[in-house]
Design a protein around this ligand. Sequence first.
Ligand SMILES: Nc1ncnc2c1ncn2[C@@H]1O[C@H](COP(=O)(O)OP(=O)(O)O)[C@@H](O)[C@H]1O
Ligand SMILES: [Mg+2]
Length: 271
Amino acid sequence: MDTQVAANISTDDGLPFYLPQGNEVALFEHAYRHRLPMLIKGPTGCGKTRFVHYMAARLGRPVYTVACHDDLTAADLVGRHLIGDGGTFWSDGPLTRAVREGAICYLDEVVEARKDTTVVLHPLTDDRRILPIERTGETLQAPPEFMLVVSYNPGYQNLLKGMKPSTRQRFVAASFDFPAPEAEQAVIQGETGIDSKDAGLLVRLAGALRALKDHDLEEAASTRLLVYAATLMQGGFDVRAACRAALVEPLSDDEDTITALMEVVDASLPR
Ligand SMILES: Nc1ncnc2c1ncn2[C@@H]1O[C@H](COP(=O)(O)OP(=O)(O)O)[C@@H](O)[C@H]1O
Ligand SMILES: [Mg+2]
């Protein structure tokens, strides 16, 4: 399972680089202080994960990230008995570990998880803030520092198919989108050190590509992909080839669509 504790640290203050879009930093801090779980919606690659890692670092809490998928079981979150040299022993899952340590548990793409998996979240999201562990008979009381954060992309899924409305209503929620052009340019420059001319070019190109979004593509050119393109360009890769590799090929397998997207790229490049 995809569990991680560290975030990439890239700024002077030791925090991951994150450029705020609105009031999300204050909102997260309030939610944390008032022991409320938080739900973040937004398209793939718009900064949700980076934001959570940034906030965790700011608040000085470790973060356990779980990439949810439809085979994820409650045991994957809570823990299971394993067999070792000395017999069986209990092994905490990432949710349990986060509760014990007073960490942030971040469930990415939570709607991918089945309902019977997300049920374990219910008693943690109301004011009891407990985690009953059936297999061991233990019931953990979450410390004030524990926070549950979930995210999903509303674009291509049934809205919260895996969560009951009654659970959903216990979350403080924020909608993310790709940063506004100036902010997105700053993000690309901050992430890669590319100059403002090239970063500006990529942002304009993204605007043109995103305008096509509803035609053939399930997903839009994301901020993440712009950062990839800038990384390739920064490494000396030809602009057009970088855009093809980072902004066009990842978005479609359909040849006609790829050709159409490359036409948009060519129209945006200075000649
Ligand atoms: N506001 C932001 N500040 C800094 N980097 C950002 C921001 N938004 C997007 N990024 C960049 O985009 C990449 C993808 O963001 P990520 O958080 O992984 O997206 P998501 O989790 O929404 O799919 C990050 O690795 C980072 O390079
Ligand atoms: Mg993510």
